[in-house]
Design a protein around this ligand. Sequence first.
Ligand code: ASP
Length: 308
Amino acid sequence: MILVVASGNGEAGMVPAMEILRHGGSALDAVEAGIRVIESDPAESSVGLGGLPNVVGEVELDASIMDGRTLAAGSVGALAGFEHPISIARRVMELSPHAFLVGDGAARFAAETGFSPCMLLTARSRRVWQQGLPESLSAQGRRGLRRRGELLPMVRQAVERISQHGTVDFIARDANGNLACGVSTSGWPWKYPGRLGDSPVIGAGNYVDNRYGAAACTGYGELVIRCSTAHSVVLYMRMGKSIRAACRSAIHDLAPLLATHGGAVNIVAVDRENRPFGVTSSAKGGYYWVVSEGSATPEKRALEVVVP
Ligand code: ASP
């Protein structure tokens, strides 16, 4: 049965993704199409166009896509100047002999494979970035900051105040029973240039295997990388745990890191029986989206709160 599951900020991409599946398209096509909608939305400040920039005012994007049928995967990280990192990640998977390209190399690959560059920093995201910098530094402007030798103290100071970051996750199953999973983000605002989050790291923010299921994360990427959270969820399902138990176990694995560093992690997942599930370590809760063959509109579901 066809199915699309997305993180809380994915609503606008649900119907386009589902339409693709209804017309016999692949899970990969559906995931890519759903995420592209969110990447193009300038009001979404944690993904694609309008995403908040790093500490020197440059928007650097991370994305990955994975095919549950073959375990093929493609990722781009710290990619500047292109609106649709999810599509570039897919090209990495399909056209290159590699799985992961970052920075200038990823931008070069994007241009070489036909993507047009674009300006990702909007007036709004520039304003938010400037407001988050210490006053003495925001006066230096982007060029001045880029030339500065020392960025670390600024990054430490700025990221302490972060309240806004996010990622869009999409999981789809097509009429042939194949699963795909994709994630896309601008990462932490005011991050150190070149910082990669969990989203482009296969096994951390994204993992799918047709035989067992799929999982994707949002939240504190540095912690998700250290626990290989998405892979853990799929591995727990492979070991026979229910999807709920698998997601809960993955959050419990993160417990010591969450206790030390704070922050939160959310997971959306689908099992081999096509059951969706979502979980969060945040007491504030949250939600995700599900649409399946029988439903006319996407359904908003609460993430189960597991405070480890
Ligand atoms: N996981 C993303 C990152 O660490 C941010 C988020 O989803 O909130 O870059």
